[in-house]
Design a protein around this ligand. Structure first.
Ligand SMILES: [Zn+2]
Ligand SMILES: [Zn+2]
Length: 252
């Protein structure tokens, strides 16, 4: 059962959002004022942006707050600061993944992982470029307001990039945000999409045995226990490790 049923806001997730925004902003600003090298700016950008999945993901499952406006606001902010716009479309895709987990036709993750580890990324990039990532399910439609807000996200990011070129701070965005975006896309695709669901002989696994490794848990913010999340999407990310450990003890 959700640990948030009586809570207004999950402050641990909110802290993750603040760390993400502060870290990414510092990666750009400190590079701009020559306090960081290219490499350290990119590294700080990657570490900060790696946090970005958790705020919008918890918001998508209404785990962040009992107030839907707060969930949407946090989801949008996290998406904007990770240059990964269109929160509502991403949320819809993710909820369809949960609704049809392992379904060959409707789960968007299923076709992505029908390959070995080394071909996973080339296959994913090929699928994106050849427009094979189109969602097959017609339900869970976005409301007009959500489509409008997603469009605004793209517009805001494009305007900000244009302004950065005009006022000559594009290189700060490049090293603090844009290059980290590429690395984090790869990292998230691997540890949120491929590892939790892939099978060596093809197909799909919904609930792999969760890892209780503390380092892995914090590096992936709970995604090392992604299987438990599928069983109960309303367990907040920071409670997954305790659930995984408890399950491990009861299986001994
Ligand atoms: Zn999943
Ligand atoms: Zn989820």
């Amino acid at each position: 059962m959700s640990s948030l049923s009586t809570k207004k806001i999950d402050y641990k997730t909110l802290l993750i959002l603040l760390l993400q925004i502060a870290g990414s902003s510092l990666a750009c600003i400190l590079y701009y004022f020559d306090y960081l090298s290219v490499a350290t700016s990119i590294l700080l950008g990657i570490v900060s942006m790696n946090l970005s999945f958790t705020p919008w993901h918890e918001a998508s499952h209404k785990n962040l707050s009992t107030n839907s406006t707060i969930n949407s606001f946090v989801g949008i902010l996290s998406s904007l600061f990770s240059i990964y716009p269109a929160y509502f479309s991403k949320k819809r895709e993710h909820l369809i993944h949960h609704k049809f987990a392992g379904d060959e036709q409707f789960d968007p993750v299923y076709p992505r992982i029908q390959t070995n580890f080394w071909l996973f990324l080339p296959n994913l990039i090929f699928r994106i470029l050849s427009r094979k990532e189109k969602i097959q399910y017609n339900g869970l439609k976005l409301r007009k307001k959500e489509i409008f807000l997603d469009t605004i996200h793209y517009t805001l990011i494009l305007c900000f990039l244009a302004i950065s070129i005009y006022y000559q701070f594009f290189s700060a965005l490049l090293y603090g945000l844009l290059i980290p975006r590429i690395f984090v896309f790869i990292l998230h695709a691997i540890y949120i999409c491929y590892f939790p669901h892939s099978k060596s002989d093809g197909g799909f696994i919904i609930s792999k045995t969760p890892s209780t490794n503390l380092i892995l848990f914090y590096l992936t913010l709970g995604q090392s226990a992604h299987g438990i999340h599928h069983e109960n999407p309303n367990i907040a990310w920071h409670s997954l490790l305790a659930v995984a450990k408890k399950r491990g003890r009861s299986n001994e």
